[in-house]
Design a protein around this ligand. Structure first.
Ligand SMILES: [Zn+2]
Length: 119
């Protein structure tokens, strides 16, 4: 599992997660083993990009010069139907409990998942 994933962290418009063949556990942060049972029989799967907002945090102060143009921006924690929770960017109007779908947006020179409320 040392090769780079074909997901947004390498410039692809996709959200990937790992699913354990042994226990069915899922995880968003890539590891060489399952955080639940320790098995290394992990499968890479592509997430639907849907979810529910678990938490939001409005960032009003830029951490770096590259992000200054984006403030204020919203960082959200989203619970996915696949069973993992992920951190991502989101519309500033999002509230906890909102049903959301991700698209991809340019942020400080790279593409990032960006969640918007379902219509
Ligand atoms: Zn497992």
């Amino acid at each position: 599992m040392s090769n780079k994933p074909a997901d947004w962290t390498s410039g692809h418009e996709a959200i990937l997660y790992q699913s354990c063949s042994a226990c069915g556990g899922v995880q968003y942060f890539r590891r060489g083993f399952c955080a639940v049972c320790g098995s290394d029989t992990l499968q890479e799967k592509r997430a639907s990009g849907e979810g529910t907002v678990y938490a939001t945090s409005l960032v009003c102060r830029a951490a770096t010069p590259e992000t200054r143009a984006h403030v204020p921006y919203n960082i959200v924690l989203v619970d996915t139907p696949e069973g993992f929770r992920m951190m991502a960017h989101g519309a500033t109007s999002l509230k906890i409990g909102d049903a959301v779908t991700s698209r991809f947006a340019s942020f400080a020179g790279q593409i990032v998942p960006y969640f918007e409320k379902n219509k």
